[in-house]
Design a protein around this ligand. Structure first.
Ligand SMILES: Cc1ncc(COP(=O)(O)O)c(C=O)c1O
Length: 403
């Protein structure tokens, strides 16, 4: 049991807390589901990119799915092997492509024909062969929130099947490109297996048709997207997930690359915030806390649900309240009409499922320093990022002050 009161007293609030032991279990469950096949779990480090978290997964053997050169550098610094790093994303700059090639990562995931041209040109300049994979957009509705849906032609991600085929032929004929993989990622927080299976089938057929023209791929990259329970969602079991994917790959000798983010970290993370006070605007009850949308954006951005637990001695009956932060936006809330007892100054609210897309989406809006982060490993707490102070926030401006 994590003693949240003690953590608040030691590290102050607002505070992110990550249970690394939970994350280990999630990693092992997924790895185990693919047993009997060669597989790499390439942790999508955008979900939670704290160096200690990435290092923890690296120590379990994880690779990394990265979407900027900053993430590639982070992964390497945290001890992820270069041959387990993938670089994805719709918009990579020339400098990012060059550095990724020089770092000799596993492959670059291409998301357009134009990008293939840039990568080929840069590989030629460097006089090396660059391993590539192509992100196929299977045009399947993943049945998730529109902001985290990526597998429809309406979304900016990947290329359609016909374009992909043309790109593979072009890459295969290039002296500077080596097509080694195929990739799809239809969305995040997926709770339906059918769209995943259908996408895998389309992409596996593509692999077979490429074999017909002597283009032999090695990696079948199924992206991430496995959903988790925030409230009462029924999620996909890793075993069923793996079986659905593997059933589409009969007769193909491919290494599975899986890029989970949320599944590995979300429910191992908590955001701890302190009650400043309660207020009443007419009939409406507000609980004002010391954390804000700049710390945890998901409720404001997606209207996302996060379970909230009151850590209080209050024994009063629960009533509906909006839990809001100090940021000057009406969208700065963690929950609306949430049942909570009467709360006092310094009571704590524990916001669950905050280990993915929490801290990483944070900002300094309203000149608020981002929270500290603490990891729990083998039951022991350790600071893994100190709280940002005012001096940190102005450091890049101070010397340029126009007087
Ligand atoms: C290409 C790719 N892989 C993996 C992920 C991780 O998704 P999730 O956290 O839902 O597993 C994302 C998320 O946006 C992604 O775009």
């Amino acid at each position: 049991m994590i003693n949240f009161k003690e953590l608040a007293a030691t590290y102050k609030t607002p505070l992110y807390i990550y249970d690394l032991d939970y994350m280990t279990n999630q990693y092992k469950k997924l790895k185990e589901a693919f047993r009997g096949r060669k597989s790499i779990i390439a942790y999508a480090i955008k979900a939670n990119s704290n160096l200690s978290v990435v290092n923890h997964f690296a120590s379990l053997g994880s690779g990394a799915d990265c979407v900027s050169i900053g993430e590639v550098r982070r992964a390497l610094l945290a001890g992820v092997a270069n041959y387990k790093i993938i670089f994805s994303g719709v918009g990579k700059s020339d400098a990012e492509i060059r550095e990724a090639i020089q770092k000799d990562i596993l492959y670059i995931n291409l998301e357009s024909e134009a990008e293939l041209g840039r990568v080929e040109l840069i590989a030629k300049e460097l006089d090396v062969v660059c391993r590539i994979s192509i992100r196929v957009n299977p045009n399947i509705d993943p049945q998730t929130h529109p902001y985290i849906s990526t597998g429809l032609h309406d979304n900016k991600f990947g290329v359609d099947i016909n374009t992909a085929k043309r790109m593979y032929i072009r890459a295969n004929n290039s002296q500077y490109l080596e097509p080694v993989g195929i990739h799809f990622h239809i969305g995040s927080q997926l709770t339906e297996l059918k769209p995943i299976y259908e996408s895998a089938e389309i992409v596996a057929d593509m692999v077979r048709s490429l074999m017909g023209i002597k283009i032999e791929l090695k990696f079948f990259d199924i992206g991430g997207g496995l959903g988790i329970t925030y409230k009462d969602e029924v999620t996909i079991e890793p075993y069923d997930y793996a079986q659905a994917i593997l059933s589409t790959l009969k007769g193909l000798d491919l290494t599975i690359i899986c890029e989970p983010g949320r599944f590995l970290t979300a429910n191992g993370g908590y955001f701890l915030t302190k009650v400043l006070y309660e207020k009443q605007n007419g009939e409406k009850r507000f609980v004002v806390v010391d954390g804000g949308m700049n710390d945890l954006l998901r409720p404001s951005l997606y209207n996302a649900y996060h379970k909230i637990e009151a850590i209080t001695d209050s024994k009063t009956n629960e009533s509906e309240a909006d839990v809001v932060g100090p940021v000057c936006e009406s969208g700065d809330f963690f929950a609306k009409n949430y049942m909570l007892p009467k709360l006092e100054h310094n009571d704590l609210l524990l916001i669950h499922s905050a280990g993915a897309y929490g801290f990483g989406m944070g900002s300094n809006y309203n000149t608020r320093g981002r929270s500290a982060e603490v990891a729990i490993k083998d039951g022991k707490a350790k600071l893994i990022r100190r709280r940002e102070e005012f001096e940190d926030l102005i450091a890049l401006e101070k010397e340029f002050l126009v007087k």
